[in-house]
Ligand binder design. Structure first.
Ligand SMILES: *Cc1c(COP(=O)(O)O)cnc(C)c1O
Length: 427
């Protein structure tokens, strides 16, 4: 078994590796998978997902802690079912995600509901099934929640999502805890909103919440955020409001390039060290559980060159994996079959979609031939879940590898499915 070229990838290498010059996920050959299921294809390792979830659970063992996996990172029913089986809770941001969790066998009383735009029907459904907590992001949302709960009548468990005004040093589109962001309530206004919550008949204050951003690669911003929440908590308790849990959100980064991502154990030590034992801890990790556990398998359609550049046109595009186009995110791209002979050329790896921004990777040195298979690594989070049908491209198949077995966990979409809901007036 050979290690992957280039950079060290501690967790990745255990589940994705070359055998006799050919890339495998656990015990399954990716070229065999491409032959059977076509490309593009998302391929996830069950063992990799499980090991990352367990790393969180173990790191917080001995504490009253609940890991609420963030469904939006990868909401496939099989992934949710696997995590529910391990005892995971879930962080949702829509009614659709709630239905996914329930369909996958998740327990409603381990669900926390975040998001700035919760609709009346979404709130009603979450109250009906009895979720653990609403992470409330504004005063009007709090009043709406109280009113709906009053009609049912039930009591709604609530945390206020506080914006700690911390710069997590990540891409501006995924920084969420700065004063200018739309998320949460201002730190200075939180006390007043908590007092309002405490006065409402159908609201029960249970926790305090924050989520400062995503792909955060150092522990310091989390420490700063927790310290700010604890200071606020002290003020709350002086006014007689009791808090049972602290939800520190998600956001721990992974190592897409050679940079090192903070390890889960170190992160957990820092956080548990700060939070007094009498409080429960809720975590909402998404990317750090599934990101490294999946790759996007794609085939080279054409190699072309102009006066300036070489392009490898592959069959996956921004509609399959939006991160490079949206955030200029960097994903490692490696060949499925190692080529020892060929000379390397610098390619832009681009898709078929009619946008100049449609690329998976720029200036990559690879030795390629048409029909070669490539693996775009660390694509398990915000990959399929952000995919679209732009250019009328059916969404990719999703495969879950478990040892020697590969399961189709989502069939490749068909063009008929894309058009199914459309009507021509008069027909
Ligand atoms: C997206 C999101 C998460 C998960 O973030 P990751 O970076 O994937 O860990 C957690 N909580 C909330 C409220 C989110 O919006």
């Amino acid at each position: 078994m050979m290690s992957l070229p280039g950079r060290p990838r501690s967790t990745f290498m255990d589940y994705f590796s070359y055998k006799n010059g050919s890339l495998y996920t656990e015990g399954v050959s990716l070229s065999a998978l491409a032959g059977r299921h076509g490309t593009p294809a998302y391929v996830y390792s069950r063992a990799a997902i499980e090991s990352r979830w367990r790393a969180y659970a173990q790191a917080f063992s001995g504490r009253d802690a609940l890991v609420c996996y963030s469904v939006k990172a990868n909401g496939n029913l099989a992934v949710l079912n696997l995590l529910a089986g391990l005892g995971s809770g879930f962080d949702i941001v829509s009614g659709g995600e709630l239905e996914r969790v329930l369909a996958a066998g998740g327990e409603p009383d381990k669900v926390v509901f975040s998001g700035v735009g919760k609709r009346v029907d979404e709130i009603g459904r979450a109250l009906e099934v009895g979720i653990k907590c609403f992470n409330v992001e504004s005063e009007p949302e709090l009043l709406r929640l109280n009113e709906i709960a009053g009609r049912m009548p039930v009591t709604a468990p609530v945390s206020i999502r506080v914006n700690p005004d911390i710069d997590p040093d990540t891409h501006p589109y995924i920084a969420t805890g700065l004063r200018e962001n739309k998320f949460g309530v201002d730190y200075e206004q939180a006390l007043g909103i908590y007092q309002l919550a405490d006065s409402l008949d159908n609201i029960e204050v249970t926790g305090i919440d924050c989520h400062i951003g995503s792909q955060i690669t150092s522990v310091e911003p989390f420490i700063d955020a927790v310290n700010k929440l604890l200071a606020l908590l002290g003020d709350l308790e002086k006014t007689g409001i009791t808090i049972r849990h602290i939800d520190i959100g998600g956001g721990l980064g992974i190592s897409y390039a050679d940079g090192t991502a903070p390890d889960i154990a170190g992160f957990a030590r820092a956080v548990s060290g700060l939070v007094p034992e009498r409080y429960g801890i809720i975590l909402e990790p998404g990317r750090s559980i599934v990101g490294d556990a999946g790759l996007l398998l794609t085939r080279v359609e054409y190699l072309k060159a102009n006066m300036e550049k070489h392009f490898a046109v592959v069959d996956a595009s921004m509609n399959d994996l939006l991160r490079p186009s949206l955030y200029r995110a960097w994903h490692d791209i490696i060949p499925v079959a190692e080529r020892s002979d060929g000379t390397e050329t610098e390619y832009d790896i681009v898709g078929p979609v009619c946008e100049t921004g449609d690329f998976l990777g720029l200036q990559r040195r690879l030795s390629l031939c048409p029909d070669d298979l490539l693996a775009v690594l660390s694509a398990g989070a915000y990959g399929f879940s952000m995919s679209s049908n732009y250019n009328s491209r059916p969404r990719s198949v999703e495969l879950l590898v478990d040892g020697e077995d590969a399961h189709v966990i989502r069939e490749r979409e068909t063009v008929e499915q894309l058009m199914a809901g459309e009507r021509i007036p008069g027909d």
